[in-house]
Write a protein that binds this ligand. Structure first.
Ligand code: SF4
Length: 474
């Protein structure tokens, strides 16, 4: 199907493109990073104020190893202050890999004839979800290629199907979406199905680079994609996820563009995006990677720390694209959500293949540990694994504001809810060693509660989980 790019008329001011390449390059090229300004900016961020483009550029331009270490320590401190020690867990589920686009970096691109095309049938979708529930998952992100078959009704239907699957104590309590941009009506349709976050990644915010990688298909339209989540907001979806694919263009430019995208949402909708993703480009079926803009591990860990400091209250997501050692490191600097037990081939959870098949997945993953192995690592390193979905389900929208703006929100809601979902996992899915270490972590966490009355309520609910009650939260 040949797609003629329409001239996209922007309904109103709010939806006019908001990325100025000159402004971003001016910030990068005309700011220097001396010790005093870097320390002042870290201090500002630790007072939980979001950074400006120029302030972010000063951190990006820092090259002195000691200053970079200070940036990382600042991010670490801010993460502890805002997010405590909980890490939210989810799993991706690929529903279909048909696609009409031809993104040069993607294994699903339409011109890749070696890709095995699959769309999960109704019962196959149910089977995948049962496998995920059996592993202990409670939060999923459904992923779709960009194809007319995956229209709003199809996506809404698959979301409803996922929520209906219950196996033992297993259930999926939050379904996020990563799919094509839609019009406002389309977003309303998927909203009505009860989705959590809608993610659309701009891939690269640099127009020329964007047109180089997106040569055909619906995705050629930079502006239609850039304003997708504005239409989502207009449709009432206030949990949106932005992202860039690092390795397509200069990482410094993309980092500032992400900050500008956050600014835009706050200015127009008074709420930042729910999450930011910053995947690095990875091996994919029949893809020749252009190495010019590949991001080194050193710059990548710095990037995560800078994003943490720049947007204190936007969730940072890191997926299994990255190997375990990188994930372990950047967890310290601000990542608040990770996937665990990830498989991204089509029908992967029920087929459970040992080896990855690039011709059945979008890109190669580099962390294929089971959910329980990821849980063990988190518990052993003092993080509370969380499957919490409370805010979304009790309508505490814009929760990052609350979390950030209402002192004690973490202690009052996020940490106890994390402990309750951890206890559920320990009772229903954990092997003995994980169970013992997990309950030790819960005991240690309870010691932090001076408020005896609240602690009693929390302990009471933990006891109820032990005797079989489920889905208890604050
Ligand atoms: S990145 Fe997305 S839109 Fe592009 S080819 Fe891959 S699946 Fe299709």
């Amino acid at each position: 199907m040949n797609y003629e790019p329409q001239t996209y008329a922007f309904p109103d001011e709010a939806m006019k493109p908001f990325i100025s390449e000159d402004e971003i390059w001016d910030a990068i090229e005309n700011t220097s990073s001396d010790t005093e300004s870097v320390r002042m900016i870290i201090k500002k961020s630790l007072s939980k104020k979001r950074l400006s483009l120029k302030e972010t550029a000063i951190l990006v331009n820092a090259t002195d190893p000691e200053l970079i270490e200070e940036i990382k320590q600042g991010a670490r401190q801010l993460k502890e202050n805002v997010y405590g020690n909980r890490i939210v867990l989810f799993a991706p589920l690929y529903v279909g890999n048909l696609c009409t686009n031809n993104c040069e970096y993607c294994g699903f691109r339409t011109s890749n004839k070696d890709q095995k095309r699959t769309t999960l049938k109704h019962d196959e979708l149910i089977e995948e979800v049962k496998m995920l529930e059996d592993a202990g998952q409670k939060r999923l992100i459904l992923v779709y290629g960009e194809h007319p078959k995956y229209n709003p009704e199809f996506i809404a239907d698959s979301v409803r199907t996922v929520y209906k699957v219950k196996k033992g104590n297993g259930e999926i309590r939050r379904v996020n979406i990563n799919a094509a941009p839609m019009d406002i009506e389309g977003f309303r349709t998927v909203k009505e199905a009860g989705i959590g976050t809608y993610q659309v990644f701009q891939e690269t915010y640099h127009r020329e680079a964007y047109s180089r990688y997106h040569t055909s298909g619906m995705k050629r339209n930079y502006d239609y994609r850039l304003t997708a989540l504005d239409r989502a907001q207009e449709a009432g979806i206030d949990d949106v996820g932005i992202g860039a694919l690092f390795g397509l263009y200069d990482w410094r430019f993309e980092a500032l563009a992400l900050v500008r995208h956050v600014n835009h949402f706050e200015a127009v909708y008074n709420v930042g995006p729910h999450t930011i993703s910053f995947p690095r480009i990875k091996k994919a079926s029949n893809v020749e990677l252009d190495e010019q803009y590949l991001v080194s591990d050193e710059d990548f860990t710095k990037l995560v720390a800078i994003l943490r400091l720049a947007v204190p209250y936007t969730g940072l997501i890191l997926t299994a694209r990255e190997p375990a050692h990188i994930r372990e490191e950047v967890l310290k600097y601000g990542v608040s959500q990770i996937d665990g037990g990830t498989k991204i081939e089509m029908k992967a959870y029920s087929e459970n293949n040992e080896e990855q098949d690039l011709n059945s997945e979008q890109f190669e993953i580099n962390d294929d540990r089971s959910l329980n192995e990821v849980m063990d690592e988190l518990i052993d390193t003092g993080y509370i694994p969380s499957f919490c979905t409370a805010c979304y389900r009790v309508g505490r929208t814009g929760e990052h504001f609350m979390e950030f703006s209402v002192p004690g929100f973490i202690k009052r809601y996020c940490t106890p809810n994390a402990l309750l979902t951890l206890a559920e996992y320990l009772e229903d899915y954990a092997p003995e060693k994980t169970r013992i270490n997990g309950y030790k972590l819960i005991e240690d966490s309870l010691k932090d509660y001076e408020d005896e009355r609240f602690k009693t309520k929390l302990v009471d609910r933990l006891e109820k989980v032990k005797v079989g009650e489920r889905d208890l939260y604050f």
